[in-house]
Write a protein that binds this ligand. Structure first.
Ligand code: ADP
Ligand code: MG
Length: 296
């Protein structure tokens, strides 16, 4: 810890407090995340430590780099690459207007980061605008990759805020325990719609029931035909049969026809039908981007 000079506090979130800090040797600015664990007196579980150390190997321009893991006195501090701000704060600065090219660029970078981690079988599981960090240069990076698996997602944050359900897919809301990359693809769809609407969340549910109801009212309640295994999920319950509501046009009025098609293919209730990150990057919506901005 003597290696870093703590500067101001940046924020508080799911696992603890984040500080801006400076590496005294290299002068590099970093973000220090002090992780609080529920059973702090037990120390950091070795399984969690192993998971975390694997995350140091994730090196990609759309993933927030984990430089270091400091473990002492049963406390855990993660040293991350520092970014200018998160997507939520960016939305707050927009005043309801966002450039369609910015939407496309951010969405592509989100998918490129997902593709990198998914190809290594690492899931995020807690994608949300606060976990998408951006730089003034227009770069977008995914933060907290793999932390959900290492520590679990608590019901409440360290800061006592309730953990958001807005980006959770129906299968997980119905209690699915087998997590696959498709969980992140649903979240990516929700974030895509929120980007296109300059920060207005697509499904701002207040509890699990309300969350599912909002989803089904827009997309239609899934039935045996399009999601045969739904009834076997641990917390499955019957919802009224809603029919797919008005065309997506009215939900994301600023998005092009191709953009709406991509969105629809991400927001599939049946996880097996959701597009993968690689498939999404190949979607015609991105066809007009320059090859150089699409390189891996
Ligand atoms: P959460 O992701 O649940 O909001 P975190 O503890 O991950 O909580 O982060 C709290 C806040 O700190 C984030 O919303 C973000 O604004 C900021 N933050 C986190 N990591 C970084 C980082 N590497 N660089 C800059 N800001 C960060
Ligand atoms: Mg975070």
């Amino acid at each position: 810890m003597q290696k870093y000079e703590k500067l101001e506090k940046i924020g508080e979130g799911t696992y603890g407090t984040v500080f801006k800090a400076k590496n005294k040797e290299s002068q590099e600015i970093v973000a220090l995340k002090r992780v609080r664990l529920d059973d702090d007196d037990e120390g950091v579980p070795s399984s969690a430590l192993r998971e975390i150390c694997l995350l140091k190997e994730l090196k990609h321009r759309n993933i927030v780099r984990l430089h270091d893991v400091l473990h002492s006195d049963r406390k855990l501090t993660l040293v991350f690459e520092h970014c200018d701000q998160d997507l939520k704060k960016y939305f707050d600065s927009l005043n309801g207007e966002i450039d369609v090219e910015v939407v496309k660029s951010f969405m592509f970078q989100l998918l490129r980061g997902l593709s990198y981690c998914h190809s290594r079988n690492i899931l995020h599981r807690d994608l949300k605008p606060q976990n998408l960090l951006i730089n003034k240069t227009g770069e977008l990076k995914l933060a907290d990759f793999g932390l959900a698996r290492a520590f679990g997602i608590p019901v409440r944050c360290y800061s006592a805020e309730v953990v958001t359900l807005w980006y959770r897919p129906p299968d997980v809301l119905f209690g699915a325990k087998l997590y696959t990359t498709s969980i992140d693809m649903w979240s990516a769809g929700c974030i895509f719609a929120e980007l296109a609407n300059a920060g207005r969340p697509l499904f701002p549910g207040s509890d699990v029931d309300d969350q599912l109801k909002r989803i089904f009212k827009l997309l239609g309640t899934p039935v045996e035909d399009n999601w045969p295994s739904m009834g076997q999920l641990p917390e499955f319950k019957q919802f009224p049969i809603y029919h797919p509501s008005m065309a997506f046009t009215q939900v994301v009025p600023k998005l092009s026809r191709r953009g709406r098609d991509l969105l629809q293919r991400l927001l599939q209730c049946n996880p097996g039908q959701r597009l993968s990150a690689d498939e999404s990057m190949a979607h015609p919506y991105f066809q007009d981007m320059s090859p150089s901005s699409k390189s891996v």
